[in-house]
Design a protein around this ligand. Structure first.
Ligand SMILES: Nc1ncnc2c1ncn2[C@@H]1O[C@H](COP(=O)(O)OP(=O)(O)O)[C@@H](O)[C@H]1O
Ligand SMILES: [Mg+2]
Length: 515
């Protein structure tokens, strides 16, 4: 793909903002850079989209471009001149304003008061009626409807965002950076925002639009830069690319290999989720009628960008979250209202995403945690008498087979172990009995390569021996390598189920982003 020389004048106009070789590390995580030598620029009259998955580094880069964060290395030029942006005020003075993903306005104050608070004379001695008047003008000019005298707390999310944009526009910037501005908006509001952005670009603004949604990229951009794990994967005019190419760039081109396994024959259904509805932590509906069947001897992958209902699905299946509507059937029995304990006793093993909080009891020793599920059963307990040596041998076998590093399994508290060791403990504890059903959430997240391949082999082995495995992972390579079938979740729904030998990474990626 052709890479435009960022210093060159093009039809769109002169370069307003240019960043060169921006790198960023954070204290405590210096071992890898969050941003790695990023080049990025925005010109007069264009919408330049920054596209990338969660965690790609979009927000960090935006904060650096607008003066909220300093960079570890690299340079920023405004209209050709090198600048140092040490604060958001610096950014604004140089004509760069940022709209954050979360609304940053003070809720008890009015729109105009919030605008005044952002100015140098922020002690309220500032003539508010003048501010109100100016906000009204700006609001009219740019089609950003909002009442300057309204209390921010009384406004809808869309109105609050418009107020936030007006607050920045008050400083007459030339570059406006919007970090995932549509995440709080309903579709109609998003459409309206796109119109506003296009209008502003036509007037000569340089707009940096940040998103992880493919459909939005195609709709609003003139140019797009794809970011992945802190690196630029490519930069192109929107007319010279398509959704497929962008998806590939965003997710990584390498073709995952499917692991050898026994032929999948559809056997009996182990677990079925029937049209369930679940309320999320913030009171909103997080699952909107999800249905799926998990079969004996099958790995069923659930792919999706995080936050699209995967965690809620797992919590519903393991009894950790109430099911508002629909049914959960496990081994033929209705378990919709069952407790986590009852579900576990029905043969469901859980390898949770929150390993420390849910996976283990941190103040207990490593040995105690390893035997937590099984100590009541033979051979570890007979006629209510614990068999110490059987327990010790069992714990030591798991430690050995799963490479768990612990100073003393009967003395060391589990909390002192690293995340990787805790995950290997949980894998060992949950899998040694070859449970009928395994619910695994991000099972290899944070593990080193060796532990990842060990885990993958273990899953295939359990599957071949008849376990039904539900695998939720954000790692598409993992999902494709392991699964027999793959469901894609988007906004609380399963938007498609594909056979994984026919699954194509970019197609899955497009489903994940709603393209
Ligand atoms: N203050 C911080 N300290 C350490 N790591 C951070 C900090 N802020 C962000 N990160 C990390 O930087 C990476 C990129 O984050 P972010 O820019 O928010 O991603 P995006 O906006 O593309 O989803 C993530 O791995 C995140 O955990
Ligand atoms: Mg972000």
């Amino acid at each position: 793909m052709p890479k435009t020389d960022t210093t060159e004048e093009t039809d769109t106009g002169r370069t307003l903002l240019r960043a060169e070789g921006i790198s960023k590390g954070f204290p405590g995580v210096w071992e890898h850079l969050i941003l790695n030598e990023i080049d990025f620029d925005v010109k007069e009259g264009e919408v330049h989209t920054l596209l990338g998955e969660n965690g790609a580094g979009k927000t960090v880069l935006a904060n650096i471009l607008s003066g909220f964060y300093g960079s570890t290395a690299g340079k920023i030029y405004i209209k050709g001149e090198e600048v140092e942006l040490n604060s958001p005020q610096d950014g604004l003075e140089h004509g760069v304003g940022m709209i954050h993903q979360e609304v940053m306005l003070a809720k008890p104050f009015t729109v105009a008061e919030n605008v005044a608070l952002g100015t140098d004379d922020s002690d309220f001695s500032y003539p508010l009626d003048k501010v109100e008047h100016r906000v009204d003008q700006l609001s009219e000019n740019y089609g950003l409807e909002v009442d300057p005298t309204a209390r921010v707390g009384d406004l809808s999310a869309g109105e609050q965002q418009r107020a936030e944009i007006l607050k920045v526009l008050y400083h007459e910037p030339q570059v406006l950076i919007l970090d995932e501005p549509t995440s709080l908006l309903i579709p109609q509001e998003a459409q309206q925002l796109f119109k506003v952005l296009r209008g502003m670009a036509d007037e000569g603004f340089g707009i940096v639009f940040i998103t992880h949604k493919m459909e939005e990229v195609m709709e609003v951009s003139d140019r797009v830069t794809v970011l992945k794990l802190g690196k630029v994967m490519g930069e192109t005019d929107i007319e010279e690319t398509d959704e497929e190419e962008l998806t590939e760039m965003m997710l990584d081109e390498k073709i995952p290999i499917r692991l050898e396994r026994k032929e999948f024959e559809e056997q009996s259904v182990s677990l079925s989720v029937e049209d369930i509805y679940v309320t999320g932590s913030r009171g909103n509906t997080q699952l909107n009628g999800v249905s799926l069947n998990l079969h004996e001897g099958e790995i069923f992958g659930v792919a999706g960008v995080s936050g699209n209902g995967q965690s809620e699905l797992i919590e519903a299946i393991t009894g950790l979250r109430e099911i508002d509507n629909g049914r959960l059937i496990i081994e033929g029995k209705d378990m919709t209202d069952a407790s986590p304990r009852e579900i576990q006793e029905k043969g469901v093993a859980h390898m949770p995403e929150k390993r420390r909080e849910i996976g283990v009891v941190e103040p207990m020793t490593v040995g105690e945690n390893l035997i937590l599920r099984d100590y009541r059963d033979p051979p570890f307990s007979r006629l209510s008498v614990l068999n110490r040596s059987a327990i010790t041998n069992h714990a030591e076998e798991i430690i050995e087979e799963f490479d768990v590093i612990a100073p003393d399994i009967w003395k060391s508290e589990t909390r002192i172990l690293s995340g990787g060791n805790i995950q290997r403990m949980i894998l060992g504890r949950e899998s040694w009995r070859a449970p009928e059903i395994i619910i695994a959430s991000h099972p290899t997240h944070g593990l080193d390569r060796r532990a990842v391949s060990h885990t993958w082999e273990l899953f295939i082995d359990l599957r071949d021996r008849g376990s039904a495995i539900l695998l939720v992972s954000e790692d598409l390579d993992e999902v494709i390598s392991l699964s027999d079938r793959i469901a894609v979740m988007l906004e609380g729904n399963v938007v498609g189920i594909v056979d994984s030998d026919e699954a194509d990474k970019s197609e899955l990626g497009m489903m994940m982003t709603g393209a």
